[in-house]
Design a protein around this ligand. Structure first.
Ligand SMILES: Nc1ncnc2c1ncn2[C@@H]1O[C@H](COP(=O)(O)OP(=O)(O)OP(=O)(O)O)[C@@H](O)[C@H]1O
Length: 602
């Protein structure tokens, strides 16, 4: 078990190497400096030894030499300190930058099937906490472990050479005091991990409460949450107090633990000096070696645990790089002008490989026509869109774009042929103009404004103080649902893809906003081939064909009038869903008599 965890920690760390390779000069420099710094520390001890002995014996020449060597050692330590920090700072910053590039590039290429099933927090925590932990490790503990191991080893060898009995005595004392500290420390770890857990819980609760502040306020949940929060705070307080009590005890004990080796050492060492078995300089050098040993041995477990934690974090992070990316094969086939823009033939699909959410679906969408997909919630309408956009691969049957199988298209080419307008409007941090251009190169402001005009949003944008350069997003302008929708419609208009995949909004907008959005959609639909998930009666009535999905199967298809006359699934949907959503104005426009008549009992 232990071997396998060591192996996996080693394996995870090995995966950092490719990121360090381009900066190997700085890595090697840092390693050399680390060893040289440890050697310099030991050299300094030697110099102190000479300094003390020469002062006591009155050897001026040796004393001056020792002072000169000490100054040289201090100067070397100064230069190495600077160069070491600079070197590790440099390679860790560059390696982390490259790592972030690699990860974000890989995340971009991951299939939607992967990202849809993961919490967004998972990606961000891997990219922030994970990468930061690696950066800290590279910047610090990476070489500290080497430093201590090297310095401790040399110290022990020199101590054994100087006086092996005194060395053994020191080792036994250090081992005993180490065990004592560990014994006192252990419960402290437990309390501090409990404290971390309760703190994490309070943070999560606060985040949840703030995230859902509208619901919290409107349902009067404040008092309930307040009580829960208070209980958590009491737990945090209890754990903090327990830690403080232990820390106070540990502080007192640590004075003894730190002094004990020296007391016993000087007792025995002094005896050796009196009996001329050890020089005073050697005694002081010994004391300094013990100091190095104690500080190294107390630091190493921490650094080792940082190493293991970082290895765990790195493992978790690198798992992302092992995930298969979207396919990159296929090209841009030469399309036939007469072929249907889109055709499904006997397509079946399941998300989990067991339950089919589409079953033997076949339909065709001729160029320039509009097909409406209707069906109850969960019937598979959005899944059809996801297959067309190549977010998921269908299991059976064929999907063709302009007569060519989707698998012969590269995903980029297929997605260029499609403009997707979904209910979820995604605006990224940037200006309104950037959001409309949506990464399209070489787009002039006049084209952006033309698309915005068609989308009924130009006037609103111009009324903003910074117009098209207004920033949207976290710290940008707040936009209403309708305004966001119209910006995403402008984006689709500018994209000018031959096929429009439109998921009509179900959420109600106020009537003005609704009219503006609807006008924009109608303009966009003109002269395009449209597959629309329809929620509005006017859309289904005007569609060239309506496809009714039920539990992933096509149960009916035809025009509005044909389907109504069949008295089947569409008729039921029509009565339950579409008619209810219509406003009185729309019903009047359709010529329906909506005057209220008193009920007459015959
Ligand atoms: N990522 C997913 N993983 C697993 N199952 C999914 C996933 N997305 C959708 N489903 C399931 O597939 C079925 C069809 O879902 P889909 O979203 O296509 O329905 P829909 O007709 O668009 O529904 P709505 O009108 O509510 O948007 C549902 O049973 C749904 O639970």
């Amino acid at each position: 078990m232990a071997t396998s965890s060591r192996k996996s920690a080693f394996h995870a760390m090995r995966r950092l190497l490719p990121f360090l390779r381009p900066y190997r000069f700085w890595v090697v420099l840092k390693l050399l400096i680390t060893v040289a710094t440890a050697a310099n520390d030991i050299f300094m001890v030697y110099v102190i030894n000479v300094l003390v002995n020469s002062s006591l014996s009155g050897n001026k020449e040796e004393l001056l030499q020792a002072i000169f060597l000490m100054a040289a050692s201090v100067a070397a330590g100064f230069v190495m300190g600077f160069a070491g920090v600079y070197a590790s700072g440099r390679f860790s910053a560059y390696a982390v930058r490259d790592m972030k590039h690699t990860f974000s590039d890989h995340i971009d290429k991951l299939p939607v099937s992967y990202t849809e099933t993961r919490h967004t927090g998972d990606f961000s925590s891997r990219m922030t906490t994970g990468v930061n932990a690696i950066e800290n490790f590279l910047n610090g503990d990476f070489t500290s472990i080497l430093f201590h191991i090297f310095r401790i080893s040399v110290c022990i060898v020199l101590m054994l050479v100087m006086n092996w009995q005194l060395t053994l005595l020191c080792m036994v004392i250090i081992a005993l005091t180490g065990m004592l500290t560990g014994f006192i420390n252990r419960p402290l770890f437990e309390y501090s991990s409990k404290l971390q857990q309760s703190l994490a819980k309070t943070n999560a609760d606060v985040q949840d409460a703030i995230g859902g502040i509208h619901i919290v306020k409107s349902y009067g949940l404040v008092q309930t949450l307040y009580r829960k929060f208070n209980t958590l705070l009491e737990q945090v307080l209890a754990n903090s107090l327990a830690i403080e009590k232990r820390s106070a005890a540990l502080g007192a004990v640590s004075v003894f633990v730190n002094m004990a080796p020296f007391l016993l050492f000087f007792l025995f060492g002094g005896y050796l000096v009196i009996n001329d078995q050890l020089s005073v300089g050697a005694l002081l050098a010994f004391a300094q070696f013990i100091n190095y040993l104690v500080s190294g041995l107390s630091d190493l477990p921490n650094q080792w645990s940082h190493y293991k934690t970082t290895a765990g974090v790195a493992e978790h992070l690198f798992e992302l790089l092992d995930e298969k990316t979207e396919r990159t094969d296929g090209g841009k086939p030469v399309v036939s002008p007469s072929a249907p823009a889109l055709a499904f033939a006997h397509v079946s699909f399941s998300y989990d490989g067991r339950k089919r959410v589409l079953e033997d679906v076949s339909f065709s969408l001729p160029q320039g026509k509009t097909v409406a997909l209707v069906g109850s919630s969960g019937s598979g309408k959005s899944t059809v869109f996801k297959l067309i956009a190549g977010f998921y691969e269908h299991e059976e049957g064929t999907v063709k774009l302009f007569g060519e199988s989707l698998s012969d298209w590269s995903l980029t080419a297929a997605r260029t042929a499609i403009a997707l307008v979904s209910q979820e409007t995604f605006l990224y941090p940037g200006s309104i103009a950037e959001n409309i251009a949506c990464g399209k190169d070489g787009i002039g402001m006049d084209e952006i404004a033309r698309a915005a005009k068609l989308a009924n949003i130009d006037d609103f944008i111009r009324s903003l103080p910074e117009g098209y350069h207004t920033h949207v997003g976290e710290r940008g302008v707040r936009l209403s649902g309708g305004q966001r929708q119209r910006i995403s419609i402008a984006r689709a208009i500018l994209k000018d893809a031959p096929i429009l995949l439109l998921d009509e909004a179900t959420s109600a907008l106020d009537s003005d906003s609704e009219r503006l959005v609807q006008e924009a959609i109608n303009r966009m639909m003109k002269e395009k081939t449209v597959l629309v998930v329809a929620h509005r009666l006017s859309t289904v009535i005007e569609a060239d064909e309506i496809i009714v999905l039920d539990n992933g199967r096509i149960v009916e298809n035809g025009t509005h009038t044909e389907l109504l006359s069949r008295n089947g699934a569409y008729k039921r949907l029509y009565n339950n869903q579409f008619v209810q959503q219509e406003s009185p104005m729309e019903r009047l426009e359709r010529g329906e008599d909506i005057r209220w008549r008193p009920a007459i009992n015959h």
